[in-house]
Structure formats: structure tokens, C-alpha cells
Write a protein that binds this ligand. Structure first.
Ligand code: CAA
Ligand code: NAD
Length: 306
């Protein structure tokens, strides 16, 4: 695949080979990290899920188990015992740790899915760059931050890319694979092959703001919020209209609550900061809800109460 051929650079010999990804460290046991861990473990990868404390990690494993139960309810409808066996087999592929450095030492890929904050992501990767072996690839699941900016905290610019998954990961088929101008072709190919090994459909993206999906999603979400704020439609009616009129599985307000208003706000803020003439205005409503800790489904209230 020639996506990055024109940008190929010379790197050390350790970098110039495809890495077959088997052992994966996923940092961040929130809604996305758990989903990615589940899918990776289900497809035979050995996964270490890392977060800041054991309580979060216990909840993360419970969430994976809950999601696997939903999967087997359909897949093994007539064979509940085989379903339970499958769940246990998948869970055996997942271990947890609060020590990202140790986990990275034995990983082919370190995939970060922590809070959407550039400095925190950079600090994490800077620390992991010291710990991880030369062949280990790094990737971020950021929604909107430039992968190049995150990678700049490391000395492995050739072995750094983006793997952007969609929520809920076990159900959503797409992965955006993002190459920066310094991502080597071998790294890009390895990330692409890893996405396929997870049973996903990858698309190739350049490191542009929001990649493909969020670049197109955000103006739609913002227009929906502003339409409501102008009094031109209730949240409920706008959601119904987009579901029944366009066949979307969720309306824009439901989707915001599902993704998390903190994530939505950080994407909006980033866009407003980078555009001299942004295509939309700030939303007081969104800012207020986030300030009040009403982040959507994960806190029990966002635009809607659960
Ligand atoms: N794990 C496992 N199975 C799941 C699941 C999960 N987390 N969520 C849903 N399912 C499966 C289950 O089999 C479920 O049946 P049960 O409820 O009996 O277990 C079945 O799907 C149907 O689910 P629901 O009844 O809850 O509702 P649904 O039919 O509407 O499907 C949905 C749920 C797949 C989430 C669907 O509403 C949908 O596609 N919504 C849009 C999601 C979307 O747009 N995501 C992208 C967000 S943007 C993003 O992610 C990028 C970013 O950077 C912010
Ligand atoms: P979340 O709040 O559910 O989970 C984040 C997790 O990271 C938390 O468990 C937190 O304890 C942990 N964490 C924070 N700092 C850490 C650190 N330094 N080391 C280890 N763990 C740390 O968030 P989320 O919704 O899963 O989003 C995670 C990332 O994925 C963000 O970058 C987000 O933009 C991106 N993303 C989110 C969605 C979505 O729909 N929510 C979709 C695609 C991508």
C-alpha cells in the first residue's frame, strides 16, 4: 500500500520492519480502552490494560465482562455453557496493571486511550519511550489532537501513529489509521494489519484535525446544539428527526451523552482555538453542563438524565 510512500524516510534498522502485533498494552481503562481491550483479547491478542488505580481496573474488567455477556447472548443463544467458556477464554487474555512502564517493556504495541489532554498524553509517552523496547510501536486513540504533537514527546517518531476507534468499540466496525509525515511505512502497515486482525475495517487518514469522522461529525453536533439553543427545536425533536428522517441510530444529543460531553467540549475547544474564523460559536449550554460534571451516560446526566 503506497499511502505514505512519498514520505518514507530513513530510520534505524530496528524500525524498518513490519511488527506483527501480538502483545498489546492499552493505557486507559475507560469506555474506549475497555472496548479496545475486549476486541483485542477476543481476537487472540495478549492484552495488558493499564490505569491509575486498582479500583478503576476492577471496574474496567467488569465492564469487559458485561459487554462480552451481551455479545455471547446472541452468538451463543442456544449454548450458554459454550458462551461462558468463551468469556473465560477471552478474559484469560487480559491482565491489568498500574505500572505502564513495566507493561510497555513486553509489548509490541502501546495504545493510549486516556484523558483527551495533550500535555498528559505527551508526559505518558515520554516516560514510556524510555521503558519500551526499540521495536514497540506507539499509537494514540485521540479524538482530535494532532498525532504529531503527541509523538513529539518521544524519540520514536517513525514508530508512532494513530489508531482511532469508535464507541462502542465491540460494535463499531471502523478504525481510522493515522500516519504522520514521520510515521514509517512499516509502522503504518503494521497498524493497518493490526486493525484488520481485530476484525475491523480500517481507513487511511492523514494527521489532519479530527481525521475523517470527527471533522465531519463536529459541525453537525455543534449545529444541532445551537439550533436547540436558538429555540428552533427541542432536544427530543431534533433527536427524533435525525433518527427517523436520516436513519441515524442515535440523535445528536443522545450521541453527545454517549460519547461524553467532556470529550465533545475538548474537540470543540480545540477547533475554536485552531481556526481564525471557526464555523460555529461556543455553546453556553455545553460549557455549563461540563462545568457541572454532567458528562453524559458515564455520570448519569448530560443533555438527558439517564
Ligand atoms: N458491547 C457489546 N454489545 C453491545 C454494546 C456493547 N457496548 N452495545 C450494544 N451492543 C449490542 C448488544 O447485542 C445489544 O443488545 P442487548 O441490549 O440485548 O445486549 C445490541 O447491540 C443493541 O443495542 P441497544 O439495544 O443498546 O441499541 P442499538 O440497537 O441502538 O445499538 C448502538 C446500540 C450500536 C450503540 C447504536 O445505537 C449506534 O450505533 N449508535 C451510534 C454510535 C456512534 O455513532 N458511535 C460513534 C461515536 S463518535 C466516536 O466514537 C469517535 C470519537 O472520537 C468521539
Ligand atoms: P474515559 O474518561 O472513559 O477513560 C479515560 C481513562 O483513562 C480513565 O479510566 C482514567 O482513569 C484513565 N487515565 C487518565 N490518565 C491516565 C494516565 N496518565 N495513565 C493511565 N490511565 C489514565 O475516556 P474515554 O471516553 O475512554 O476516552 C479516552 C480517549 O479516547 C480520549 O482521548 C478520547 O478523546 C478518545 N475517544 C473517545 C471516544 C468516545 O466516544 N468516548 C471515541 C473515540 C476516541
Amino acid at each position: 500500500m503506497a499511502f505514505f510512500t512519498h514520505q518514507r524516510r530513513s530510520f534505524s534498522s530496528s524500525a524498518l520492519r513490519n511488527v506483527v502485533i501480538k502483545q498489546v498494552t492499552i493505557i486507559g481503562g475507560g469506555q474506549m480502552g475497555t472496548g479496545i481491550a475486549q476486541v483485542a483479547a477476543s481476537t487472540g491478542h495478549t492484552v495488558t490494560l493499564v490505569d491509575t488505580n486498582d479500583d478503576i481496573l476492577k471496574k474496567a474488567v467488569k465492564r469487559i465482562e458485561g459487554s462480552l455477556k451481551r455479545v455471547v447472548k446472541k452468538k451463543y443463544a442456544d449454548k450458554p455453557e459454550a458462551g461462558e467458556e468463551y468469556i473465560q477464554k477471552v478474559l484469560q487474555n487480559v491482565s491489568t496493571s498500574t505500572d505502564a512502564g513495566s507493561a510497555a517493556q513486553v509489548s509490541d504495541l502501546v495504545l493510549e486511550s486516556i484523558v483527551e489532554n495533550l500535555k498528559i498524553k505527551q508526559d505518558l509517552f515520554c516516560q514510556l519511550d524510555e521503558a519500551a523496547p526499540a521495536h514497540t510501536l506507539f499509537a494514540s486513540n485521540t479524538s482530535f489532537l494532532p498525532i504529531s504533537d503527541i509523538a513529539s514527546a518521544t524519540n520514536r517518531l517513525d514508530r508512532f501513529g494513530g489508531l482511532h476507534f469508535f464507541n462502542p468499540v465491540p460494535m463499531m466496525k471502523l478504525v481510522e489509521v493515522i500516519g504522520t509525515p514521520t510515521t514509517s511505512q512499516e509502522t503504518f502497515d503494521s497498524l493497518l494489519n493490526f486493525s484488520k486482525a481485530l476484525g475491523k475495517t480500517p481507513v487511511c487518514c492523514k494527521d489532519t484535525p479530527g481525521f475523517i469522522v470527527n471533522r465531519l461529525l463536529l459541525p453537525y453536533i455543534k449545529d444541532s446544539v445551537l439550533l436547540h439553543e436558538r429555540g428552533h427545536g427541542s432536544k427530543e425533536d431534533i433527536d427524533i428527526a435525525m433518527k427517523l428522517g436520516l436513519g441515524h441510530p442515535m440523535g445528536p444529543f443522545e450521541l453527545c451523552d454517549y460519547v461524553g460531553l467532556d470529550i465533545m467540549k475538548s474537540m470543540v475547544d480545540r477547533w475554536l482555538a485552531m481556526e481564525p474564523k471557526p464555523p460555529f460559536a461556543e455553546s453556553e449550554n455545553l460549557n455549563k453542563l461540563v462545568a457541572e460534571g454532567k458528562l453524559g451516560i458515564k455520570t448519569g446526566e448530560g443533555f438527558y438524565k439517564k
